[in-house]
Design a protein around this ligand. Structure first.
Ligand SMILES: Cc1ncc(C[n+]2csc(CCOP(=O)(O)OP(=O)(O)O)c2C)c(N)n1
Ligand SMILES: [Mg+2]
Length: 881
């Protein structure tokens, strides 16, 4: 029956009646079971049943199965209306003058009910034993502030400071913990980051619980997202993990107002149906909240299914029209599609048709959905709620431009006021007054009592963290000693530190290594067996390598997070752990080790959000350096991650050359982040080049200087030239120094652990000097350190020149930079360093040039050095190749 045509309707009817009998006698579960059995039978015969992941376009929970909302419907409506009003006027007032502050009206107006039912019945606050974590949709912030205003947490002045963030009392445009650290917990406004972050938050929560680090009870993570936002790859990219890991602590509420910024999300089809398929296909519990209760009696009369057919077929573009163009239009163009459907609304006026409410605006329907979601076990739940964008804003409701509405005509403001019964007179309305009932009014009492019962107001962020102190230095001792005769990479050094820290009594259990399927590349496979890989299922199979020493051990109490090939997911897991000090009052020390090229470049926006969220932890960019990772080519060889990391204000990044530097930096980081409670996170690059790791020199202030960004590793009495190097390229500087010595050119070599830190110091000092012009002024660390000898300086790194160029303003003598500008390519390290002109020969050439320009070296001597160093004046610069 390929055409889908029913050539034997009588037989079809008999089958349907049989099914009806089963449903009536034994219920839907039994009927569903029988159908699956029939489908199996069909599949045995080689056919693929047209089994559908999509249910009809109606509510998943039928009216008779709805849990009853216990609260005071009318009281809650009054409160919600005031929240709506105050949210609206917050935005309108911010845009009354020419400051162009922006804001959004239409989003919250469509989502108000979705939040309200959560606040009134479900979201548990910080004083509750099992407090929930709520991800608020970024541009619904005015509504969240408006609730806080009614609760007395914010006052009129605060609301008037909406989007005026440069003053300390400003309310941030969107959820930004950096700007409102005691209020917002999760930055969400960059679309897609919220959903993936919430999924990994739920995953990490289960992990912490499984390891027995914290009893996380039945705490839930609620994520509120837009339907347009679901187009971001990050939004749906991790939903498979959520189901696979059975994250029943996770609830997504997708506000399906059918519109995004420019127009409809799916004008030609149905976004709710599409999302239903995607989530159900991934194993989620899907609850559709499509129609409000005013539809119930109409749908109940639709015995022949004509109305349902219209509902199933109508596309979202049309659905938008029904709200934008009113009741008469809807009667004609929706119900009018079938005479039987039209009959169903015969007794209703046009206005009544227009007011037939959508599920996401009906408190009873939303309550029933949430009730089912919080009680569901075994998989995450998504609630797909149909709403109207710009709900209540008069003629701008559901219009294509409603997203950007921040000013409303007086007429529309009045319509809004009347629709929600706001007590503001015509005389006052143009002032756009905030409205807050008296403190002892029934509304404020109800509002406060409701939240008190649920553990206090939200959003609220815990700012204070538990202190973790490393009690002994053992984890670092071997690194300080160097590697003797053995050649070792800094990656191996780093993995050793992580391993040592895990074994440490004082904080070892808090250390979490995270990898995105790259552990073997970094030599971390020893950890598989030692500490186990976390899996909520444990290990249901005997691993292929069970007879090996380092077998692939998955365990329910595994420590390591092996997240598979998802840098975004791994980073989101890192962020959840790096902010666990706040969200769970449990300080964790995550080390996320990744291919440095697939770090910031790939997930920069998540890293930016982690900065906003005040994450604390270590990011380890392994296999770094454009010439040090040699055989991989253009897409792998990283020569710019330090430029990218430097853009995040609270990220401290280092490119250490030696194991002892790494040890000093990590020890310092641990102290700074977890003991001194400073809000930084660390990015360290390590490489896979093996060389002898020297012991830590006993020079003065060495630890302090490593942290500040550089220390001198060799000096001369009266040096002619200074060489700076970082990471593995420092070794080229050391080689160049020897060659220069052979020419009688005395020199000193500095290991620059971080040009980024040196620049920050320079900027800070300069800023201070400009602000205090009459004082003598201070010198930056760079200027001060080099002031002894005013000699030319050559800096060489495995990063593009912009990295070492950063300190030029603080140099008082000629400064030359060598770096790996250009696309990487595969070859031997030697060849690549020659190609990028960062090898010892090119350092020598540049030093000779500098000294010649300065007059220290005569032309003949310079030419001799050029010749011996094989200088090639016909070679193109590498970035042009
Ligand atoms: C990554 C990213 N791209 C673009 C934007 C700009 N933007 C803000 S809201 C919005 C439309 C959102 O539509 P939807 O997700 O449906 O939310 P609604 O307002 O309809 O609830 C866009 C494009 C953004 N915030 N983040
Ligand atoms: Mg939308």
């Amino acid at each position: 029956m390929k055409s889908g045509k029913d050539f034997d309707p009588i037989e079809t009817k008999e089958w349907i009646e049989s099914l009806d009998d089963v449903i009536n006698d034994q219920g839907t579960d039994r009927a569903s079971f029988l159908l699956s059995e029939l489908a199996k039978r069909l599949m045995d015969k080689g056919a693929v049943p047209s089994y559908n992941l999509t249910t009809p376009f109606k509510n998943t929970i039928s009216p008779e199965n709805e849990a009853m909302m216990p609260g005071d419907l009318f009281m809650e409506r009054r409160i919600r209306s005031l929240i709506r009003w105050n949210a609206l006027v917050t935005v309108l007032r911010a845009n009354k003058n020419d400051d162009e502050l922006g804001g959004h009206v239409a989003t919250f107006s469509s989502a108000a009910m979705l939040y309200d039912i959560g606040f009134n019945y479900f979201f548990r606050g910080k004083e509750s034993k099992n407090d929930d974590l709520i991800y608020f949709q970024g541009h619904s912030s005015p509504g969240i502030y408006a609730r806080s205003f009614l609760e007395g947490r914010l006052d009129e002045k605060d609301l008037d400071n909406f989007r005026r963030e440069s003053s300390k009392s400003g309310l941030s445009s969107y959820p930004h913990p950096w700007l409102m650290p005691d209020y917002w917990e999760f930055p969400t406004v960059s679309m897609g980051l919220g959903p993936i972050s919430a999924i990994y938050q739920a995953h990490v929560m289960k992990y912490l619980h499984a390891r027995g680090l914290k009893d996380l009870g039945d705490r839930k993570i609620w994520g509120f997202w837009g339907d347009g936002e679901m187009d971001e790859p990050e939004s749906l990219g991790a939903i498979g993990l959520a189901a696979r890991e059975k994250l029943d602590n996770l609830i997504f509420v997708i506000n399906c107002n059918l519109q995004r910024l420019d127009g409809p999300v799916r004008g030609n089809s149905k976004v709710i149906q599409e999302l239903e398929r995607q989530f159900r296909g991934s194993g989620w519990n899907v609850i559709k909240v499509v129609w409000g209760r005013l539809w119930d009696p109409i749908i109940a009369k639709d015995k022949a299914g004509h109305l349902q057919k219209i509902m199933d077929e109508v596309v979202d573009g049309e659905m938008q029209n029904f709200k934008a163009k009113g009741g008469a239009y809807t009667r004609e163009n929706f119900f009018g599609k079938h005479p039987e459907a039209l009959k169903l609304v015969k007794g209703l006026s046009d206005d009544e048709i227009y007011k037939l409410n959508r599920g996401g605006h009906d408190p009873y329907k939303v309550y029933a959905a949430y009730h089912e979601a919080v009680n569901h076990k075994g998989s995450p739940t998504v609630i797909l709620a149909l709403t109207t964008k710009g709900y209540g804003v008069g003629s701008r409701e559901a219009d294509n431009t409603t997203h950007q509405v921040k000013k409303l005509s007086l007429e529309n403001i009045k319509i809004f006021r009347d629709r929600f019964d706001i007590p503001v007179s015509d005389k006052n309305i143009e002032d756009l007054p905030y409205v807050r009932p008296k403190e002892d009014s029934p509304e404020i009492k109800y509002l406060k009592e409701t939240r008190e019962k649920l553990g206090g107001p939200l959003p609220k962020r815990r700012e204070h963290s538990e202190i973790l102190k490393l009690k002994n230095k053992e984890p670092f001792v071997s690194l300080h000693k160097g590697s003797g005769e053995r050649k070792v990479s800094t990656t191996t050094n780093c993995v050793r530190i992580i391993n040592n820290l895990i074994k440490d009594d004082s904080l070892g259990e808090r250390v979490v290594p995270i990898v995105p399927d790259e552990a073997r590349t970094f030599g971390m496979e020893g950890m598989f067996k030692q500490i186990g890989i976390y899996s909520s299922e444990g290990q249901l199979y005997e691993p292929e390598d069970a007879d090996q020493v380092m077998w692939y051990k998955e365990s329910e109490t595994g420590v390591m997070l092996e997240e598979g090939i998802t840098e975004a997911g791994s980073f989101a897991a890192w962020t959840a752990l790096a902010t666990s000090y706040s969200s769970h009052n449990l300080t964790m020390i995550p080390f996320y080790v990744f291919y440095s090229m697939f770090g910031f470049q790939r997930i920069h926006d998540l890293a930016w959000a982690a900065g906003d969220a005040q994450a604390k932890g270590f990011l380890i960019g392994a296999t770094s350096g454009r010439t040090t990772l040699n055989g991989e080519g253009l897409q792998h060889q990283d020569g710019h991650s330090h430029i990218l990391s430097s853009t995040i204000p609270n990220c401290k990044s280092y490119d250490p050359a030696f194991g002892y530097e790494l040890a000093v930096i990590i020890e310092h980081g641990l102290k700074e982040m977890y003991q001194d409670k400073e809000n930084y996170f660390y990015y360290l690059t390590v490489t896979n080049e093996r060389y002898i790791q020297p012991p830590k020199p006993k020079t003065k202030n060495i630890d302090e200087n490593i942290i500040k960004g550089m220390h001198r590793i060799s000096k001369a009495k009266e040096p002619n030239v200074r060489l700076l190097g970082s990471g593995a390229i420092l070794n080229e500087c050391v080689k160049a120094a020897e060659i220069l010595n052979d020419y009688g050119i005395s020199n000193e070599v500095w290991s620059v652990t971080s040009f980024n830190m040196l620049r920050k110091d320079g900027m800070e000092i300069e800023n201070e000097n400009i602000k205090n012009p009459s004082t003598k002024g201070k010198q930056s660390f760079v200027t001060k350190s080099f002031s002894e000898n005013d000699i030319p300086t050559v800096a060489s790194t495995d990063y593009m020149r912009a990295y070492s160029e950063q300190i030029r303003p603080y140099m008082t003598s000629p400064y030359y930079t060598l770096g790996t500008d250009g696309f990487g390519r595969s070859d031997s390290r030697e060849k690549l360093r020659e190609f990028f002109e960062v090898d010892a020969n090119n350092i020598v050439i540049t030093a000779a040039y500098a000294l010649f320009r300065e007059g220290t070296l005569d032309e003949k001597e310079m030419q001799k050095i050029y010749k011996k160093s094989a200088a090639n004046k016909n070679k193109n610069p590498p970035w042009k190749e």
